[in-house]
Design a protein around this ligand. Structure first.
Ligand code: ADP
Ligand code: 5GP
Length: 205
């Protein structure tokens, strides 16, 4: 069985990571799973515990750190903690499922340190005005939080070169298609195919 692809999607808040991720997962026929992070932030309307996030208290989050349950964790936007559960991600990859992480830039690079085979994809907005429009239209944050997230956006984008791929999320369907193509291409690299080819070499004619 081939291991799955570990796909990290990051980019500024409001760029469309959640929207693109949802489409990739729905279009994968169950072959791609989402790594549900733990967070100490409050759920947004419509968010469900165990679906978008595991919503935990700071005390519970600290316990998870102490017990080594995170592949990486991060204090994001000066307030909340977010962390990627290690066991779930590793088990799913081992089962041959692709795993999608929607995490911030620092978290992405930590994951790449621990799992160099991970594919890091930066989602960029078509314009900064459009980024503001999307954040304001989503309407899930108060204005000061939106301003803080916009202030972060340029420094996040400036780390683009640390990524393997960049997709501009202008037309949504085009961006989804480009992300799908990237995942498909990554399944044809020698690194990804090496175990399979080695079994061929060991086979009798
Ligand atoms: P993120 O997860 O990066 O914070 P979301 O996926 O929540 O961003 O998207 C932010 C807002 O932008 C949502 O209201 C979403 O419907 C909208 N959106 C996402 N992609 C596009 C796009 N390509 N064109 C227009 N609006 C978009
Ligand atoms: P939001 O609060 O909008 O859901 O997410 C805020 C930021 O936290 C986004 O950039 C998102 O990608 C990031 N994030 C979500 N989960 C994790 C995680 O487990 N680890 C890290 N490092 N960042 C995360």
């Amino acid at each position: 069985m081939r291991r799955g692809i570990l796909l990290i999607i990051s980019g500024p808040s409001g760029v469309g990571k959640g929207t693109v991720s949802k489409a990739l997962l729905e279009g994968s026929g169950g072959n791609m799973v989402f790594s549900v992070s733990a967070t100490t932030r409050d759920p947004r309307p419509g968010e469900m515990h165990g679906r978008e996030y595991f919503f935990v208290t700071k005390e519970e989050f600290d316990r998870m750190i102490d017990d080594g349950e995170f592949l990486e964790y991060m204090h994001v936007f000066g307030r909340n903690y977010y962390g990627t559960p290690k066991k779930y991600v590793m088990d799913q990859l081992e089962m041959g499922h692709d795993v999608l992480l929607d995490i911030d830039v620092n978290g992405a690079m930590k994951v790449k340190e621990n799992c160099p085979e991970a594919i890091a994809l930066m989602l960029a907005p078509p314009t900064m005005k459009e980024l503001r429009r999307r954040l304001e239209t989503r309407g899930t944050e108060e204005q000061p939080v939106i301003e803080r997230r916009l202030a972060e956006a340029k420094s996040e984008l400036s780390r683009m070169k640390e990524y393997d791929f960049v997709v501009v999320n202008d037309d949504l369907d085009a961006a989804i298609e480009q992300c799908r193509n990237i995942v498909e291409c990554c399944k044809h690299t020698p690194d990804y195919c090496v175990d399979f080819v080695n079994t061929l070499i060991d086979e009798d004619f």
